[in-house]
Design a protein around this ligand. Sequence first.
Ligand SMILES: Nc1ncnc2c1ncn2[C@@H]1O[C@H](COP(=O)(O)OP(=O)(O)OP(=O)(O)O)[C@@H](O)[C@H]1O
Length: 256
Amino acid sequence: MQLIARNITHHYGGTAVLEDISFAIGAGEIVCVVGPSGCGKSTFLRIAGGLERPDSGEVLVAGAAPEGSLNPLTYIFQDFALLPWRSVAGNVSLVLEDHGIRGAEARAIVADVLARTNLSDFARALPRQLSGGMKQRVAIARALAVKPAIMLMDEPLSALDSQTRELLMDDLVALWQRERFSACYVTHNLNEAVRLGSRIIVLSRRPGRIREVVEIDMPIDQRAERLAELERLQRRVWEIMREEAREADREIADVP
Ligand SMILES: Nc1ncnc2c1ncn2[C@@H]1O[C@H](COP(=O)(O)OP(=O)(O)OP(=O)(O)O)[C@@H](O)[C@H]1O
């Protein structure tokens, strides 16, 4: 399945937030979206997921979702959003209950996704017993349980310390190699973008327009070893963004 954004433009009140955003995410692609603070990255993701309607433009999905997909476009948030009184398995099964899947069928799906995300040993643990990194792994397992066609990831690692973030990036790379998931991955972190993205969409400051699309054709499993090349790519993306980020940083908020 492909997600196609065409000419997305959006305002909040008098504030123009996104302007004429067009790009597509193909099956098996991780497309990263970066840009200065407040340039409309999260707004774009909400529009892509159908949570908000753009003022103009459209988001289309083309092609069939994976067989048995319960939610073709599935979010992963930075704050994990786990229910504290439910175990790891219980948090994952909740999304299945929402779709009327219970009992043995639900247990089989939960066991499968926990195995795929190396969480089987933690099935009975409660969120408070887990580190931030493990909580986000549970959130990823929960997203996979509904067999998404495209995951919409909003700063998924930004609540984690840098070492945990590295570990989670390794996990996402390994998961991608096994499952070739598709994702629109919004991040502030250019290192994540060059490690994970097949393409990086660089937005301008608000209203976010596409400044440049940086293609990364280095195989994802080689990136952890080719750090010098990645560093160069990361610097290139930063060069594109730097002035706009500085101006966004110095902007005085238009609030009463
Ligand atoms: N529901 C809303 N109502 C009014 N303004 C909003 C709403 N949501 C976002 N905004 C404003 O729209 C602009 C873009 O916000 P958005 O969160 O999409 O940007 P972002 O690029 O994800 O930001 P950041 O990098 O800081 O996470 C900001 O100025 C924000 O204050």
